[in-house]
Each structure stands twice: as C-alpha cells, then as structure tokens.
Ligand binder design. Structure first.
Ligand SMILES: [Zn+2]
Ligand SMILES: [Zn+2]
Length: 148
C-alpha cells in the first residue's frame, strides 16, 4: 500500500519512480526523525545493500527539486530531510537539539501567488526550549528552591 502511494506520488510529480527513490520516500514517510543524508543511507541500505551513498544523495536531490521532499537547514551543521506532505513548521530545541514538527501554518503556503510570485515552498523555523526540557528546567528550579 505504502509503496503504491510513493510510486503514485512520484509519477504525479513527473519523476520516474525508481526502486531507490520509492524506498527513500517510504522511509521518510515512516519516520518523524527528520533524518540527515547519512541517516537515510544507513536505513535504506539495510534493505537494499547495493545502494551507494552517492545514489542516496542524488535521489534526495531529485526528490527535493521535484518538491516531493523538503530540505531543512534549521541547523547549520546538518541538512535534514522531511516528506513534504502537509505544510508544518519546525521547532528546534536549543537544549536537547531535538527537532519537532509543529502545527503552525506559515502565513504563506505553497501554490499561493504573492505579488505576482508563485510560492513553491514555505518554511518556518522556530527556536527555543521544548516541552520536555521546560519540564526538566522547572523541576531543577523547584529542587534548587527547596535547598535554598
Ligand atoms: Zn529539548
Ligand atoms: Zn517536519
């Protein structure tokens, strides 16, 4: 079923659904980890051992260019990938460096015409302290308060 979806989606976007591209799409669809090229390579090459890192890299580039996958540059040190199914914003925690999908719709969405320009992608990056880290910091503050 899943396989069918990815194949279908690639055809719609006018790209040939090669085995590698479909596998990468399926992997990205299943994970909410926002993997890097290395993560994608490790995960996909487990099932498809003949796959090279260069092939993964090239396939990702084709998928990004076609608008099937979105490239996140929320962190300077690593480019991450995400399936571009529904517009959402990304939140990066400055304490644990975890990346979250958040349901904040960007003011402008793909397909909209803004002052004559056609928007193809819109990315919102949010930075701060995530809910888990906020709880921990609050806990510490409480304990420290008890000791004082
Ligand atoms: Zn955090
Ligand atoms: Zn995401």
């Amino acid at each position: 079923m899943k396989n069918e979806d990815s194949t279908q989606r690639l055809r719609q976007l006018g790209i040939t659904p090669t085995v590698q591209r479909v596998m990468i799409m399926d992997y990205l669809r299943d994970t909410r980890k926002h993997p890097t090229v290395d993560d994608v390579f490790h995960a996909v090459s487990e099932k498809h051992t003949s796959l090279s890192r260069a092939t993964v890299y090239n396939s990702l580039r084709v998928l990004v260019d076609a608008g099937a996958v979105c490239q996140l540059t929320i962190e300077k040190q690593a480019v991450r990938y995400d399936l571009f199914d529904k517009p959402h914003a990304h939140f990066l925690c400055r304490i644990c460096h975890r990346l979250y999908d958040v349901d904040v719709t960007p003011g402008t969405s793909p397909g909209r015409i803004v002052e004559g320009h056609r928007v193809e992608s819109a990315t919102t990056y949010l930075y701060g302290v995530c809910s888990t880290c906020r709880e921990i910091t609050d806990e510490q503050r409480k304990t420290e308060g008890d000791h004082a």
